[in-house]
Design a protein around this ligand. Structure first.
Ligand SMILES: Nc1ncnc2c1ncn2[C@@H]1O[C@H](COP(=O)(O)OP(=O)(O)OP(=O)(O)O)[C@@H](O)[C@H]1O
Ligand SMILES: [Mg+2]
Length: 138
């Protein structure tokens, strides 16, 4: 069951409302897949805003993980191999209750997480002119 949205910056609430229905209060890993500057970090920002959470969402590229209020975790695994990622203990992190957003979470990570029984949501983001297309795969 896939769902797709084409949204500009100022109507991302359609996407966040859908995400809230789908994942809020669950334990799950959300793999954010999209080119450089497609809008992965923005999506996490908007998700927190939609929950009225006021933490500042920044790109975790250089620190690997940000933790926000509301049991929301945010990772960026750009430029890291899966082996490095795992040796840093991040599978253990994923076991913590809450929502885990992973920028650049690819198919290899997807398969690994499935094999460990994690609940997964995949969001593919494509750049359009003034918008983005978000396709969500459960
Ligand atoms: N739905 C949207 N419509 C139009 N522009 C958007 C949308 N979402 C994000 N953007 C814009 O795209 C740019 C990149 O956003 P963002 O930093 O979230 O991308 P990213 O995928 O996290 O980038 P990186 O690959 O560097 O981590 C920003 O200028 C942001 O405002
Ligand atoms: Mg980013």
């Amino acid at each position: 069951m896939n769902k797709s949205f084409e949204l500009s910056l100022n109507n991302l609430s359609k996407l966040t409302a859908y995400l809230q229905k789908t994942i809020a209060g669950k334990d799950c890993v959300v793999l954010l897949q999209g080119d450089l500057a497609s809008g992965k970090t923005t999506l996490v920002q908007e998700y927190l805003k939609s929950l009225n959470l006021t933490d500042e969402v920044t790109s975790p590229t250089f620190c690997l993980q940000n933790i926000y209020e509301g049991e929301i975790y945010h990772y960026d695994i750009y430029n890291k191999t899966l082996e490095e990622f795992i040796s840093l203990g991040l599978l253990e992190e994923f076991e913590k209750e809450g929502i885990h957003f992973v920028e650049w979470g690819d198919e290899t990570l997807e398969e690994l997480l499935r094999s460990y029984g994690f609940e997964i949501l995949i969001i593919k983001i494509e750049k359009l002119n003034e918008k983005r297309r978000y396709t969500i795969y459960a």
